[in-house]
Design a protein around this ligand. Structure first.
Ligand SMILES: Cc1ncc(COP(=O)(O)O)c(C=O)c1O
Length: 434
């Protein structure tokens, strides 16, 4: 099918609220490693990885072979029958995740994983209220949109009551108008104020991402989670750590983002990068927390933890272990970060560079003094990078953050190629914006 036909059918048969990148959306047909090809045969270096999902590169031969083999044995079982892949993956994740996280419930998306986590926290604690963060993103269901702290992602209003949003650790635009480190991480203490003033005084959970993804790769100061989690436990809540974007080595050095700060979540959710693009998510917790679900009511997931997705996840993790992905990402991520900081020196339109590992955000502003967001500059950068054969992502409550997050198998050569294209594209954008 040619490009014009695909785009015409998209407009005619799919809802208009599908967010599509680029002035002329880009139909992709093929992927291999770090590269994807569009329907007209143009090749792109993929530095967004299908929203931080293609962990070990497109169509990784080992992952695909494992999926193909499983396809011919059994495709579907549902959670009412145990399956070897399901239990093996659960055991593997018990080993990879920090602390006492041991028992899993697999579903199909990050949204469902967060839903599952919130329900678990309510069942375990007997409390109802949840604290989430402004600028956080939790998914697209009624509950997940209500947890989300960005107005434009909350279609149809607030659906679920009992969720309160605390100021987030956004140092570049501090919600408390303070400066780190003199602030004493006051945003962490603010969580206690929210609990004391806006809830019944006992909470079921605090849910947060180690680095806010859709929010624009907002990276907290190192003390933040230790302070907040102590407060949350004091008010009888559980800490739900949403690792949907930050999991599986994305932030470098560790398998999960929260490990950078030595904090153990009570519940962790993961999806995206777990299965190299096949739909799979997991909610993992301590055995005694999971035990609260026994007798609490019935639940199934028809597609959750299906044999194909679990096969893909097991192979993806195997590849990541063979390559020591956390160490590899720390190394290659440092090169990417250094290159982006050089671009910051060159182009005043870049207000901030932040993130960890291969999760680097670049916030664009009209003026470094006023920090007025420059979403138009991001749109122009998108066209300029696409024209030069590079795919990137965007985010932020003001639409002015570039999200750079290639597959975790990116090499120094890929990073250099991306930085050269970004340099040329930023030069064009800077000229246009003065
Ligand atoms: C941190 C975070 N949590 C949850 C979700 C929802 O995941 P999904 O789109 O798989 O439902 C996303 C998706 O971008 C996310 O970034």
């Amino acid at each position: 099918m040619d490009k014009a036909t695909i785009l015409a059918k998209q407009r005619q048969f799919l809802w208009p609220n599908h967010l599509l990148y680029y002035t002329e959306p880009l139909p992709l047909v093929r992927g291999e490693g770090l590269y994807v090809w569009d329907v007209e045969g143009n090749r792109y270096l993929d530095f967004f990885a299908g929203i931080l999902t293609v962990s070990v590169g497109h169509c990784h031969p080992k992952v695909n072979a494992r999926v193909k083999a499983q396809l011919d044995r059994i495709v579907h079982t549902s959670t009412v029958y145990p399956h070897e892949n399901h239990v093996t993956l659960a055991e593997k994740l018990a080993q990879l995740t920090p602390g006492a996280l041991q028992t899993s419930y697999f579903t199909n998306s990050g949204t469902e994983a967060n839903e599952t986590a919130v329900i678990l926290a309510k069942v375990y604690t007997g409390h109802q209220e949840i604290i989430a963060l402004r600028h956080g993103y939790s998914g697209r269901s009624a509950l997940a949109m209500s947890l989300t702290g960005i107005a434009s992602w909350r279609i149809g209003g607030t659906h679920v009551p009992g969720i309160k949003h605390a100021p987030n650790p956004y140092c570049y635009r501090c919600p408390l108008k303070l400066t780190y480190p003199q602030c004493g991480v006051a945003c962490a203490e603010a969580v206690e104020d929210v609990i004391k003033t806006s809830t019944s005084g006992k909470i079921a959970a605090f849910l947060a991402e180690p680095i806010q993804g859709v929010g624009g790769f907002i990276t907290p100061p190192p003390e933040y989670f230790r302070i907040v989690v102590e407060i949350v436990h004091h008010y009888e809540g559980l800490f739900i750590c949403d690792e949907v974007q930050t999991g599986f080595g994305r932030t470098g050095t560790y398998w999960f983002g929260i490990e950078h700060w030595g904090v153990e979540p009570d519940i962790m959710t993961m999806a995206k990068g777990i299965a190299n693009g096949l739909p799979l998510a997991n909610t993992i917790t301590r055995p005694e927390v999971a035990a609260a679900t026994a007798g609490a009511g019935l639940t199934i997931s028809t597609f959750g933890g299906n044999p194909l997705s679990c096969a893909a996840a097991l192979a993806t993790i195997e590849v990541m272990e063979e390559m020591d992905i956390p160490a590899h990402v720390a190394k290659v991520g440092a090169l990417l970060r250094a290159g982006l900081e050089q671009l910051w020196e060159k182009y005043p339109i870049i207000g901030d560079v932040r993130g960890m590992g291969l999760m680097q955000g670049v916030e664009l502003v009209k003026d470094r003094e006023t920090k007025e967001p420059a979403p138009d500059a991001v749109n122009m950068l998108f066209e300029a990078t696409k024209a030069r054969g590079l795919l990137i992502g965007k985010g932020g409550a003001y639409g002015n953050v570039v999200r750079i997050s290639p597959p975790l198998t990116a090499t120094q050569e890929h990073v250099e190629e991306a930085l050269a294209i970004l340099d040329a594209a930023f030069s064009e954008v800077q000229e246009a914006f003065g």
